[in-house]
Design a protein around this ligand. Structure first.
Ligand code: ATP
Ligand code: MG
Length: 447
């Protein structure tokens, strides 16, 4: 039975008490990206395994160790997406988006799957918010993509994230760097982990990304890429910094970040928090000028980032930042008998068509039990409908916070209720002249 009542290791449920806040977060992320012109794209949860092998890179941890790969019933090798970039690039190519106005700016919120050791900030199913921009090689694009993440943190009030910036150059200037790294790591052949030994020939830069304490310690003194950049890459890197300076976005150059995907070129960056322990990278991204071509498309400079919303929420929680909850029930209408129940249902329907969150009895409870329920769900107002109310065609609407009751006609009840809530809100802030003006305007509109 335990198997039936426990979620799979590394996965989490999000319960109704949290989904409202989370939806607010998702909308905020998409809206902020939208203010830069990024439009949402939705791609499938699974893709051909080869897409990730090519798109993420054969020598990465993700492809070598972390993918959820299986054969479907038709014998195809399928993989649950471990990240969002490969699918976005595939869709960009499949639908010829490169023929549309460039740069194409895409964003997404999606679940990703990686077979990792579950721990704080690391799950097997997790959500990423990401942006991708296709069609600009200019350092202005790098700075703009970075500023999307920066804007998100500023808007949410997240503090103390350090933007770490690096350039890992182009394949040309990386040739010399690879040679230098190889020479350096050859000296530690006896100590490197098995995976890194294999990487020594194929892609020595990957060793810098290894999580094993021994490898990271050795990597700490390795040659740095910034000493090997060609003139063009150096100029590009300086350009990114000038734009960031112009936007007032502070950063620290960390010549040892290389990021987890193989196809990064030039700019790579991470936003790192010290507030949530060792899984401190909330957002990571960079330029991948070679990827679109690698996946069979026209040569297209591109870049993007991925931000783990789970880690973002951990940082926010550590800093005491709360997201707004779902709106509570505006009015609970309690019928006293079967006859009144029909009227209560009709009133609730009219209220909802006016955008009001209205609830009524669907259980057949006593008035007392209904009031208990209204209290539990935090209803802001309640109204009782019985035979007297039906006869007089009016009811008393009670503000549950102040205890004040107001009699309202049941004709156009939704308009009467709306006017009451606005009046009460206005009187509650009578001292604030600015707000009074706009509320008076609003009342004028409603009358
Ligand atoms: P890490 O170094 O922490 O393993 P990564 O380099 O594998 O991160 P990316 O592939 O760049 O991460 O993914 C972008 C972001 O997605 C990360 O910065 C992080 O916020 C989030 N992320 C990655 N893996 C996980 C995971 N297993 N659980 C939760 N969030 C994750
Ligand atoms: Mg990882």
């Amino acid at each position: 039975m335990a198997l039936l009542t426990k979620a799979v290791k590394g996965t989490q449920d999000m319960l109704p008490c949290d989904t409202g806040r989370h939806r607010f977060l998702e909308n905020t992320l998409l809206e902020i990206a939208g203010s830069f012109g990024f439009k949402e794209i939705r791609t499938p949860v699974f893709e051909h395994t080869e897409l990730f092998q090519r798109g993420v890179g054969e020598t990465t941890d993700v492809v070598q160790k972390e993918m959820y790969t299986f054969d479907d019933k038709g014998g195809r090798s399928i993989t649950l997406r471990p990240e969002g970039t490969a699918g976005a690039v595939r869709a960009f190519l499949e639908h010829g988006l490169f023929n549309e106005a460039l740069p194409q700016k895409l964003c997404y919120v999606l679940n990703c799957y990686r077979y990792e050791k579950p721990q704080a900030g690391r799950w097997r199913e997790f959500q990423q918010f990401g942006v991708e921009m296709f069609g600009s090689a200019s350092p202005a694009a790098d700075a703009e993509v970075i500023s999307v993440a920066n804007e998100i943190f500023t808007f949410l009030g997240v503090k103390d994230l350090e933007l770490q910036l690096n350039s890992i150059g182009c394949p040309e200037c990386r040739k010399n760097y690879h040679a230098a790294l190889k020479e350096y790591f050859e000296g530690f052949k006896g100590e490197l982990c098995g995976t890194c030994l294999e990487r020594l020939d194929k892609n020595p830069m990957r060793i810098l990304d290894c999580k094993s304490p021994v490898c990271s310690k050795i990597a700490a003194d390795s040659p740095v890429i910034t000493d090997y950049l060609c003139d063009e890459c150096r100029e590009h890197f300086e350009g990114v910094q000038k734009y960031l300076d112009a936007m007032g976005i502070s950063y620290k150059i960390n010549p040892r970040i290389v990021r987890g995907l193989d196809y990064y070129t030039r700019t790579v960056f991470e936003f790192v928090s010290t507030a949530i322990g060792s899984q401190g990278t909330v957002c990571g991204g960079g330029r991948y000028d070679g990827l679109v071509e690698e996946l069979g498309g026209p040569k297209t400079p591109a870049l993007g980032f991925g931000m783990g919303t789970g880690r973002l929420k951990m940082v926010m929680a550590a800093q005491g930042i709360e997201l707004p909850e779902d709106s509570k029930c505006d009015i609970y209408i309690a019928p006293m008998d079967a006859e009144a129940a029909f009227k209560a249902m009709a009133l609730a329907t009219d209220l909802r068509s006016s955008g009001i969150h209205a609830e009524t009895d669907v259980v057949g409870r006593s008035l007392k039990a209904q009031m208990k329920y209204a209290d539990k769900i935090g209803a802001k107002y309640t109204a009782v409908i019985g035979s007297d109310e039906l006869k007089d065609n009016k009811t008393k609407v009670k503000n549950m916070e102040t205890g004040v009751s107001t009699e309202l006609s049941l004709d156009n009840f939704e308009d009467n209720f709306l006017r009451l809530t606005i009046n009460e809100a206005a009187s509650g802030i009578a001292d604030d002249s600015d707000l009074n003006v706009s509320l008076t305007d609003l009342l004028g509109n409603i009358d």
